[in-house]
Ligand binder design. Structure first.
Ligand SMILES: NC(=O)c1ccc[n+]([C@@H]2O[C@H](COP(=O)([O-])OP(=O)(O)OC[C@H]3O[C@@H](n4cnc5c(N)ncnc54)[C@H](OP(=O)(O)O)[C@@H]3O)[C@@H](O)[C@H]2O)c1
Length: 255
């Protein structure tokens, strides 16, 4: 990593990619504010790290908890110069068969909370003369498929919104990066109700590799980072084809 951040706030730091990001940032001497629902897991992570770690327990589907996190981003006391919007979830299944509660939870965390926190951090960082926002999206945002329709659409939002902010905030020295991983070994698929997700082992990446690529890209001020050669190729292909062809490919791959 070529850039040093003084203090990073990471949502979803209790497991997977967020936990790997916390460890890599701490190794680079960045103090942390770690956010998730599971306080015990956040405490266990903080205990392993040698930097200053603030624990902020928050359910990001709850607007008042999102406000508390936004207030922390606005605070000029020990200011946050890197926001990582990483918390996210999704549920597999045809859209009309997933429960309203599950789909609305997905939108609340993946879209509404990320939107609110990006805006709060963007304003505060612009006023302070600079900063970095890293939003964890997914190559699923390029795949309007028959399964996980709501999840994939939330990630299309994250990529598009992040690209827009990237262009708007550049002149104020705030860089915004969308990290678009493909399949990554974390708790995500078990939580999504697909613990036996079938895909050849070579397409899976480790959370550590995804986190490292995200931090490199954010340090370099890139708009979009797609970790892994296979994911880059898949994303390029899906974006270059006519939409009706993309839809057919995604349909065929999931059925
Ligand atoms: N794994 C993949 O294949 C993959 C691929 C592309 C993109 N991604 C994206 O990567 C990001 C990280 O996911 P992961 O793969 O590392 O999965 P993970 O291991 O399940 O981690 C998800 C994190 O989000 C937090 N979280 C979930 N709901 C929350 C809520 N309501 N409020 C606050 N925090 C919440 C969880 O913490 P608590 O449970 O403690 O709250 C956990 O720390 C997500 O945005 C996901 O969409 C994952």
């Amino acid at each position: 990593m070529t850039k040093h951040w003084a203090r990073a706030l990471i949502t979803g730091a209790s497991s997977g990619i967020g936990s790997a990001l916390a460890q890599q940032l701490a190794a680079a001497d960045t103090d942390l504010v770690v956010v998730a629902r599971d306080t015990a897991r956040l405490e266990a992570i903080a205990e392993q790290l040698t930097v200053d770690v603030e624990i902020l327990t928050a359910d990001l589907s709850d607007p008042s908890a999102v406000d508390t996190v936004a207030d922390r981003l606005r605070s000029n006391e020990q200011p946050v110069d890197l926001l990582v919007n990483n918390a996210g979830l999704g549920f597999a299944g045809p859209t009309l068969e997933t429960s309203d509660a599950d789909d609305e939870l997905t939108v609340a965390v993946n879209v509404v909370a990320l939107h609110r926190l990006s805006r709060a951090a963007g304003r505060a960082m612009a006023e302070r003369g600079g900063g970095t926002i890293l939003n964890v999206s997914s190559i699923a945002g390029d795949m309007p498929g028959p399964q996980s329709g709501t999840y994939n659409a939330t990630k299309a939002f994250v990529t598009s919104f992040s690209e827009s902010l990237h262009a708007q905030l550049k002149s104020q020295k705030v860089t915004v990066t969308a990290l678009c991983p493909g399949l990554t070994r974390t708790e995500f698929h078990e939580r999504a109700g697909i613990p036996d997700m079938r895909a050849p082992s070579f397409v899976w990446q480790a959370a550590e590799a995804v986190a490292a690529a995200g931090l490199e890209g954010a340090a370099a001020g890139k708009a979009i980072v797609i970790p892994g050669v296979l994911n880059k190729g898949a994303s390029r292909l899906l974006r270059s084809l006519p939409r009706n062809v993309t839809r057919r490919i995604v349909d065929a791959a999931r059925t």
